[in-house]
Design a protein. Structure first.
Length: 182
């Protein structure tokens, strides 16, 4: 199946859009943590076989290259770590949104993907350590996102970043399947 035969929606959201549960059970939170914990290894296993030309391929027409996707994961999850720590240390702090497409155009996105793979390994170790240490009360701590004009709980961040991990990994693996590599 080529990119041309998949709909734009299927290329943008290969696992669907993020689903927020009505209730966060301990089992659901544990699954989110497991997805976050395993992303660095799953991502490395997916991209290690790709050459520079393949990494410079977009996952959809007008989309980012696979290399930009890997670096975006580093950028985004770095921001998530900061947001979580702010929520744990301040009372409903206002976080700073960032221009994701502009970040993807910066010079550091030309670095080899190893830089972001290593970065993600450390960030995810820290995210998992934080999530696994949270009390019920701490899971309900929040930060305010001025762009969305909403408060988000740490439970939501676990759901969001588990989805975000799987979402961007699927961009890569779906593209690889189209090439017959996966």
């Amino acid at each position: 199946m080529s990119q041309a035969t998949l709909t734009d929606e299927a290329l943008r959201y290969p696992i669907g859009k993020v689903q927020v549960p009505d209730t966060y059970t301990p089992e659901l939170l544990a699954q989110y943590i497991a997805d976050i914990k395993t992303l660095p290894a799953r991502l490395r296993a997916a991209v290690i076989q790709l050459n520079e030309g393949q990494l410079r391929t977009t996952y959809r027409p007008g989309g980012w290259t696979l290399k930009q996707v890997v670096h975006h994961l580093g950028d985004s999850h770095l921001n998530s770590l900061v947001r979580i720590k702010l929520a744990l240390t301040e009372d409903n702090p206002t976080i700073l949104p960032y221009d994701e497409p502009a970040w993807a155009e910066q010079a550091d996105h030309q670095l080899p993907i190893e830089a972001s793979l290593k970065m993600l390994e450390g960030i995810h170790l820290r995210l998992v350590a934080l999530y696994e240490s949270l009390s019920d009360e701490q899971w309900d701590r929040t930060f305010y996102h001025p762009g969305a004009q909403k408060n988000y709980s740490l439970k939501f961040t676990a759901a969001l970043y588990a989805w975000h991990s799987n979402h961007h990994l699927a961009h890569i693996t779906t593209t690889m399947k189209q090439w017959g590599l996966a």
